[in-house]
Write a protein that binds this ligand. Structure first.
Ligand SMILES: NC(=O)c1ccc[n+]([C@@H]2O[C@H](COP(=O)([O-])OP(=O)(O)OC[C@H]3O[C@@H](n4cnc5c(N)ncnc54)[C@H](OP(=O)(O)O)[C@@H]3O)[C@@H](O)[C@H]2O)c1
Length: 325
């Protein structure tokens, strides 16, 4: 038996309850993993609450690291004792699990379990956003805009973008978060609870606007993001921390300057095993080279997952957060 956080109906953080579950033996193509660290992501809040519908009761958590403790038949490339990490497989809030190897990657030397669990999902998101999705819009020295700069994706994004030669404007909600963002690659930080985003962006870019906005905040920043763009700029709307963007009449992309709009997801960019491996390799390479540093700002025991969700939703966390089984 192992502890697992399950939810039997969507709702607030209290719907997450810890249970003892039978783990069992791995079948063909599967391994059993004893988890050492679990990543907390804002998407866990969406699946818990029902914004992103998922099957119950294994509906929360999709990222973790651990050690393989048993291997089923027809498994190639992984053996007992290997340190591994994954993202994109629901039901990650548990001590131990049996799962297929499709989403598993080995954790390289020089990267800790805690770091791997914290950054697989967020770091591969940063990889595809900067190096794939927005790449055709960007050249070295460009000024770009990223919302929620002191968050989990945000701190990785600032460092990665800086390493690629872009200058980043970040937005945050407090002076403490602004200071943290500045230590993680952001050249300018706007307090979007007090300052006007569009005016500040225009001031920094000398009236030009930015070629790309990366917007994981959603509803509250949608219009300011469009108004911060240069003509023919790209709006990469990749999340909904403040709530989903309302339905849009596409004519707005014309009137705001022949803009491009994308609503990308990691699932779409790491859709094949080849893409997943390439993205993970790039991410771990950035960490091992020291270009992207990974600090764990919050750790909660697995049993306190509900508190971790409350803190994430009320903007109390910064950077990376893990649950410890
Ligand atoms: N599409 C994809 O492939 C993909 C993959 C990973 C993550 N994401 C998205 O990326 C975003 C960041 O994810 P994360 O896990 O790293 O979370 P996070 O940034 O650590 O936390 C969310 C942050 O959003 C900001 N925020 C603004 N308005 C908010 C509100 N009304 N309620 C709560 N927070 C608010 C807060 O920062 P301030 O206090 O500074 O405002 C908060 O800290 C999320 O939208 C997530 O869904 C998308």
């Amino acid at each position: 038996m192992a502890k697992s956080i399950l939810i039997y109906e969507n709702g607030d953080a209290d719907k997450m309850q810890i249970h003892d579950v039978e783990v069992g033996e791995p079948g063909p193509g599967q391994v059993r993993i004893k988890q050492t660290a679990i990543g907390l992501n804002f998407i866990d809040v969406y699946t818990r609450g029902g914004l992103y519908p998922t099957p119950l009761p294994n509906a929360v958590g999709r990222e973790a690291a651990g050690v393989i403790t048993a291997v089923g038949k027809r498994v190639r490339g992984f053996k007992k004792g290997d340190r591994v990490a994954y993202c994109g497989v629901l039901g990650a809030y548990c001590e131990e699990r049996v799962m297929g190897i499709e989403q598993l990657v080995p954790i390289p030397k020089g990267v800790s379990d805690e770091q791997a669990a914290a950054i697989m999902l967020k770091g591969m998101t940063v990889e595809y956003l900067i190096d794939q999705c927005a790449k055709p819009w960007l050249k070295k020295g460009d000024i770009i805009l990223f919302h929620a700069a002191a968050g989990g994706v945000g701190l990785l994004f600032g460092q990665w973008a800086q390493a690629r030669g872009y200058k980043v404007i970040g937005t945050t909600s407090s002076p403490e978060k602004a200071a943290l963002a500045k230590k993680n690659g952001y050249k300018w930080v706007i307090d979007y609870t007090k300052e006007n985003i569009v005016e500040r962006v225009k001031e920094i870019t000398k009236g030009k606007g930015v070629p790309v906005v990366f917007d994981g905040v959603g509803k509250d920043t949608w219009m300011a993001s469009l108004d911060s763009l240069q003509p023919r700029g790209l709006m990469a709307s990749f999340g909904n921390a403040s709530g989903p963007v309302e339905p849009v009449a596409i004519g707005i992309l014309n009137t705001k300057g022949s803009l491009f709009l994308t609503r990308p997801s990691l699932g779409g960019y790491a859709a094949t095993r080849k893409d997943l491996e390439a993205s993970a390799k790039s991410l771990f390479g950035m960490v091992k080279s020291g270009k992207v540093k990974v600090a764990i700002d919050q750790k909660y025991p697995l049993a306190e997952a509900a508190q971790a969700h409350r803190d994430l939703e009320s903007r109390k966390t910064t950077g990376q957060t893990i649950l410890v089984p």
